[in-house]
Design a protein around this ligand. Structure first.
Ligand code: M6R
Length: 615
């Protein structure tokens, strides 16, 4: 969950590292630090509690010279956020500095052994154990850093992406990965960049190497990249081209990334469908389905594994696949699936959904499914991330980097891919009539245009938002395809405004949550025109009868609801199964504006991180 960045080259490292940390701040932002080796071979480490801006303020007036350095932005796991627990961590002699993203599971045992050998620790983190262990091995065996890291990591259990500086060898950085992402950028002049994802690197080079689990890399100025595995055998790094534009990494005039990403959705969905739906808008071609047609078409059952917002997308996927393809679908929290000893058949297809492609729970669920012989299909946004590399095949959602911690465009991208997947499989399985298939594909292509219309509600929602800042609890209701939309709307509000919110299937309300309703309880209801519309109207009546305040999302032209609800937000009409793509938009905007009214840091909500690479 932390972000790590490094540079070695001819340029001043400090500004590159700070900019890199800013790009990675979505991964964690409770403390930050930087280590630099200056021209006099001093190893300077600066750390501060708080955000990257706090670190910059702390560094003002200090020696930030040197063209080699590493930096870290933290999301605390072991030890409270403080400058002491912030990274980089020094080794006992002060010769080495290390940054780490991940969790060292056997840190207590390792620490006990090191303490018994007289090594004093300065922090209470699991990470510090790595730097102390590496130095201890270097000194006691007379090894170079690169060799000592290989020996040390053989003793380590857990997840890590690390980078280490050695003040005695200022022209190198050693880094390694196991279950936490790490990308090395290859500069044009023998210089190297490294980071948790490609976003801090994209500005300087488009040639990158995604390290694999067990890889240990030596970045030596002017030399080529050396990579070995834990046994010291040489590996041949595969150089990839990245395609991230600077515009995708900047706010582009919006006050927050989240708002920019909400407004980008029509364009993102066009990108997601481009090349997959033909110009006549009547045929979908997914290469993953062509390549693995038999496996997918013959699936006895589909199991979707995901977390958070991606899990909500999975709930929509379930309804799509069951109704269009007539294949039973189960949707599992990856975190539960991995420990539940589930029944998995070899003819099951497991679909793993993840924006970041690095979610530890989802990765573990994939491993479990694969070891049980299931075929695993990934739906992911981050190119080259671990999930697409660990699934047999899959589809990228292609919505561009999502920086705001609260997922928006990735959610609608995931749902769009699930729509395309369900339609493709249904067509292959002949569970959908040809004309219905064509009609649905054509409607899917029209969705971005309809999203643009839905976005026009922004100003209305901005005006409404202050009314709800007082609320301590909110209820979100929806039915059918709109039930996961209600869950997602509630999650968005919780994440960024810290208002407690619950999503419920509207009809379930009377089995409990109705007890909560009073005049202080806003209830957001997705009441678009579909087969359950009349039932939802009855549910709204029940809320009104108890004094609840109702905001209803309705289909344009609905006059009945205008009389019933306190506020209505009109949405363009579409087919029921595509409604989540439209109805999510006002709920994203609502959460955004309420959080802004409450003065919250929308892009970096407290306690959260964008990519959850720990259990
Ligand atoms: O990267 P992933 O899609 O695997 O992440 C899963 C969840 O951590 C994520 O969706 C989380 O719930 C978001 N903060 C939602 O806005």
């Amino acid at each position: 969950m932390c972000g790590i960045v490094g540079y070695i080259g001819q340029r001043k490292a400090y500004p590159i590292l700070i900019k890199g940390l800013q790009r990675l701040e979505y991964r964690g932002y409770d403390s930050a630090g930087v280590a630099l080796i200056d021209e006099q071979q001093h190893l300077n480490v600066y750390k501060a509690k708080g955000k990257v801006a706090d670190l910059e303020a702390y560094c003002e007036g200090k020696d930030t010279g040197g063209s080699v350095g590493i930096a870290h932005t933290r999301w605390a796991t072991h030890g409270e956020p403080s400058s002491q627990n912030a990274h980089p961590h020094y080794s006992a002699s002060g010769r080495l500095a290390l940054i780490h993203n991940g969790i060292i599971e056997n840190y207590a045992t390792l620490k006990e052994n090191l303490v018994a050998r007289g090594i004093a620790f300065r922090s209470v983190t699991d990470s510090e154990v790595l730097v102390q262990l590496v130095e201890y091995i270097m000194v006691s065996n007379g090894l170079e850093l690169y060799e000592a890291v290989q020996v040390a990591l053989r003793q380590v259990i857990g997840a890590y992406a690390i980078a280490i500086l050695d003040r005695e060898h200022p022209s190198q950085i050693v880094c390694a990965r196991q279950s936490s992402p790490l990308v090395v950028g290859l500069g044009a002049e023998g210089d190297f960049y490294l980071a948790s994802d490609a976003s801090p690197i994209a500005e300087y080079t488009d040639r990158v190497v995604y390290l694999n689990d067990g890889d240990i890399a030596l970045l030596r100025l002017g030399d080529e990249l050396h990579v070995v595995n834990l046994s010291g055998e040489a590996r041949h790094p595969k150089v990839k081209q990245i395609d991230v534009t600077l515009g995708q990494l900047e706010k582009g005039g919006y006050p927050y990334f989240m708002l920019k990403e909400i407004f980008e959705q029509p364009a993102c969905l066009r990108d997601c469908m481009r090349g997959r739906i033909n110009v006549d808008a009547d045929r979908i071609t997914l290469s993953a389905v062509i390549d693995y047609r038999d496996k997918l078409v013959a699936a006895r059952r589909v199991i979707i594994v995901a977390c958070g917002t991606s899990w909500h997308a999975g709930l929509i996927g379930k309804q799509l696949i069951e109704s269009l393809c007539r294949i039973p679908v189960e949707v599992e929290y990856a975190s539960e699936f991995r420990y539940r000893d589930p029944v998995i058949y070899p003819d099951d297809v497991v679909i793993a959904i993840s924006q970041s492609g690095e979610t530890a729970d989802t990765l573990a669920a994939i491993e479990q499914a694969r070891s049980a012989g299931a075929f695993v299909f990934g739906i992911c946004n981050a190119i080259g991330a671990s999930i697409p590399r660990q699934t047999q095949t899959g589809v990228y959602i292609h919505v561009g980097p999502e920086i705001g911690v609260a997922s928006t465009k990735a959610f609608t991208g995931q749902v769009t891919v699930l729509c395309m997947l369900a339609l493709t499989l249904a067509n292959e399985r002949r569970t959908i009539a040809g004309d219905v298939y064509k009609e649905m594909v054509a409607e899917l292509v029209r969705i971005p245009e309809k999203m643009e219309l839905a976005l026009k509600a922004n100003e209305q929602i901005e005006r409404l938002a202050p009314i709800f800042t007082y609320a301590h609890n909110c209820l979100y209701l929806g039915r059918g395809y709109n039930y996961p939309v209600a869950l997602e709307g509630a999650l968005k509000l919780k994440e960024i405004s810290y208002i407690h919110a619950e999503g419920y299937p509207a009809a379930e309300m009377k089995h409990g949550p109705i007890a909560l309703i009073d005049s202080e309880m806003p209830v957001f209801v997705i009441a678009t025109r579909d087969k359950l519309y009349d039932k939802v109207v009855s549910n709204i009546e029940e809320v009104r009868a108890r004094g609840g305040r109702v905001v209803a999302l309705v289909t344009e032209g609905d006059t009945q609801m205008a009389k019933l609800a306190d506020h209505i937000i009109c949405l363009p009409d579409t087919m029921e199964c595509f409604q989540p793509l439209i109805a999510s938009i006002p709920l994203q905007l609502l959460a955004y504006h309420i959080a802004v009214c409450k003065g919250k840091d929308v892009d970096r909500p407290r306690n959260l991180a964008k990519s959850v690479t720990v259990e």
